[in-house]
Design a protein around this ligand. Structure first.
Ligand code: HEM
Ligand SMILES: *[C@@H]1O[C@H](CO)[C@@H](O)[C@H](O)[C@H]1NC(C)=O
Ligand SMILES: *[C@@H]1O[C@H](CO)[C@@H](O)[C@H](O)[C@H]1NC(C)=O
Length: 323
């Protein structure tokens, strides 16, 4: 009796300690259920219209959430524009001439501000936009956790530091980069399945299609036709990350890897005789397993070091901090 009292007290004290900690308030799925019950409708309508107009936009919005979360947490920092006195993350190596969708996020924010002014953060708008994009292209649903707040700053140095893995990464580098933000190797393989949609620039896959040996020869040849060998020529020419169904969120990415048709070196690393081969084979055979693991991993990725409680702010305009 006495001991169970002591144990309950200890648990309560522990819970209180966690709740009062610097930034450890939890994200919750019903965060806006009173303050903005229509937030999913508002975001969803704008995202669906944008994806209907251009399928690739779904991929671009999903990637924005990834690049936001991997650099100092999911805090909307990637959305901040450079000014004469401030340099944000948009020109960092992994982002410059590469990330896109900022105008759509502006449209989403405007719509959300009309429905519930001053309530929904840009970091949460990225998380919901990623969700609505995956759904719009035929992918799985998950319970989107909310309650993130927006950063008052951004870090070009962090965005350039390798926390976002480069396309030449080895398997162990990929595993390490994800582990550094609390994600497992299984999460990494499932999240890489995002490359079932969207496009990549020649500069990101040139080395692979001209000198790698773990590539299907006909596939390499066809990619070479629109990606000239000399560095600097055709750098921005695009190719689909998924050679088969680039506008459908399905599991064909994993089948491509098994036939050595991964576009990026980092893609092919997942099925190259190493520890993740069996997972790639599972996701190829069993799309339900891929969808289940992708959904779970998206929740974990969205949980990376959010600002919560009274930290950060709710930006009025996603491109600038409030004055
Ligand atoms: C595992 C490590 C990863 C590497 C090395 C990587 C690398 C890349 C590269 C190089 C591109 C093409 C960029 C360009 O052409 O400028 C790309 C595109 C893309 N990535 Fe990743 N990525 C990784 C993980 C992820 C994750 C976790 C997601 C989301 C959950 C994601 C979603 C996307 C999407 C959707 C695109 C296409 C974007 C568009 O068409 O606008 N990637 N990635
Ligand atoms: C970003 O891309 C632009 C346009 O290609 C280029 O002029 C600029 O130098 C790049 N910035 C950085 C920091 O690489
Ligand atoms: C691969 O190919 C690129 C472009 O042709 C070249 O610049 C590079 O030095 C080659 N070697 C490696 C290991 O990437």
């Amino acid at each position: 009796m006495a001991s169970s009292f002591i144990i309950s007290f200890a648990l309560l004290a522990c819970a209180l300690f966690l709740m009062s900690g610097t930034s450890s308030a939890q994200l919750t799925h019903n965060f806006y259920s009173k303050s903005c019950p229509k937030v999913f409708d508002a975001v969803g309508s704008v995202v669906r219209a944008a994806v209907a107009k251009e399928k690739r936009m779904g991929a671009s919005l999903l990637r924005l959430h990834f690049h936001d979360c991997f650099v100092n947490g999911c805090d909307g920092s990637i959305l901040l524009d450079d000014t004469s006195s401030f340099t944000g993350e948009k020109t960092a190596g992994p982002n410059n001439n590469s990330v896109r969708g900022f105008n759509v996020i502006d449209d989403v924010k405007k719509k959300v501000e009309k429905v519930c002014p001053g309530v929904v953060s840009c970091a949460d708008i990225l998380a919901i936009s990623a969700f609505e994009s995956v759904i719009a292209l035929g992918g799985p649903a998950w319970t989107v956790k909310l309650g993130r707040r927006d950063s008052k700053t951004a870090s070009l140095a962090a965005a350039n530091s390798g926390v976002i893995p480069p396309p030449q990464s080895t398997l162990s580098n990929l595993i390490n980069r994800f582990q550094a933000v609390g994600l497992s190797a299984r999460d990494m393989v499932a999240l890489s399945g995002a490359h079932t949609i969207g496009q990549a620039r020649c500069t990101t896959f040139r080395a692979r299609i001209y000198n790698d040996t773990n590539i299907n020869a006909a596939f390499a040849k066809s990619r070479q036709s629109n990606c000239p060998r000399p560095a600097g020529s055709g750098d921005n020419n695009l190719a689909p990350l998924d050679v088969r169904t680039p506008n459908n969120f399905d599991n064909s990415y994993y089948g491509n890897l098994i036939s050595q048709k991964g576009l990026l070196r980092s893609d092919q690393q997942l099925h190259n005789g190493g520890s993740t081969d069996s997972l790639v084979e599972l996701y190829n055979r069993n799309p339900e397993s891929f969808f289940r693991d992708f959904a779970a991993a998206m929740i974990r990725m969205g949980d990376i070091r959010p600002l919560t409680g009274s930290n950060g702010e709710i930006r009025k305009n996603c491109r600038v901090v409030n004055s």
